[in-house]
Write a protein that binds this ligand. Structure first.
Ligand code: NAP
Length: 277
């Protein structure tokens, strides 16, 4: 680990070089006049326990947790809140009095981006179709249910993973991945939580023919900014949201937890992030 006296917060992961979190948090540290620096700490899976012991003793306010440690870190923490428990993963840890407290700000980031992007949309006004059943899907399902979604129709390439989510959360109907196009007619909202459409990954093969033009389409992928899914949604006239805002708002919540200041999400920051992709 290479944190130094200047490090007030960091992100831990493996590999981690391409994280955009330093760009976001260092912008906010500078803008809010907060001292210190946000760094990247590359920690291999077999180093996680030792790293947590060191971080506990550090002068840092806290750290973000990313792949592959979001679930593995839980046993090393002193406490996790209800949100992290339900999602089953931690993405933000705060350090207080030598103790590590875990939470998950992805659900907040997902909802804040939705409320900012489509202010008139009501999650509780109809069913949501969710594609994917990985870690991001758990945060999205938690968020949607917090907002009172009446039903979630969940589909994933590996059906058994979707069935596990249906056991962990209420009101989820699991549908085979092969039938993903047919279920769109029921959707008030469509959320892609798979990695399909991301740079270096295959495209998401999905015909939006049956989708209502009033349905909100939300793609968690943020690189590229305009995925094929978002392009198709926009060409139908559906409100369409990409994942960059979620990335920024989950960071906003983490910054607020550590420094007790709500940082500004400026156009300049969004532009810097877009240029970094
Ligand atoms: P994950 O746990 O690895 O889950 C990946 C999901 O994608 C699984 O449902 C997987 O299905 C599916 N998938 C992968 N390749 C596929 C293929 N060829 N065909 C069909 N399905 C496929 O990853 P995650 O953490 O949930 O992240 C998923 C995506 O969300 C990533 O693109 C990530 O960058 C994005 N994300 C964005 C934000 C944000 O702030 N915007 C936050 C978190 C995540 P199987 O179960 O069948 O493997």
């Amino acid at each position: 680990m290479h944190e130094n006296l200047e490090t007030t917060a960091a992100v831990i992961g493996y590999p981690i070089k391409h994280s955009r979190s330093p760009l976001i948090h260092n912008d906010w540290l500078a803008r809010t006049g907060s001292p210190g620096h946000y760094d990247i700490l590359e920690i291999a899976p077999d180093e996680l326990g030792d790293a947590c012991a060191q971080l506990r003793e550090s002068a840092m306010k806290g750290f973000n947790v990313t792949i592959p440690h979001k679930e593995a870190i839980i046993p090393y923490l002193d406490e996790i809140d209800e949100t992290a428990q339900k999602i089953g993963a931690v993405n933000t840890v705060s350090i207080r009095d030598g103790k590590l407290f875990g939470t998950n700000t992805d659900a907040y980031g997902f909802l804040e981006n939705l409320h900012q992007g489509v202010p008139c949309f009501k999650v509780d006004s109809g069913p949501a179709v969710v594609l994917g059943a990985g870690g991001a899907a758990r945060a999205v399902i938690y968020a949607l249910q917090q907002e009172g979604v009446p039903q979630i129709i969940l589909t994933n390439r590996t059906r058994s993973k979707a069935e596990t989510l249906a056991t962990d959360f209420k009101n989820i109907e699991v549908v085979d991945w092969e039938h993903r196009t047919g279920i769109l007619s029921k959707a008030n909202m469509l959320v892609n939580t798979t990695s399909l459409g991301m740079v270096g990954q295959p495209e998401l093969d999905l015909d939006l023919f049956a989708l209502s033009t009033r349905a909100v389409v939300y793609d968690l992928v943020y690189n590229p900014l305009q995925t094929e899914l978002l392009k198709h949604a926009a060409s139908k006239g559906c409100p369409a949201l990409g994942g960059l805002g979620m990335l920024v708002y989950q960071a906003e919540k983490a910054f607020e937890i550590w420094f007790d200041i709500k940082p500004p999400v400026t156009e300049e920051l969004m532009n810097k992030l877009k240029e970094s992709l």
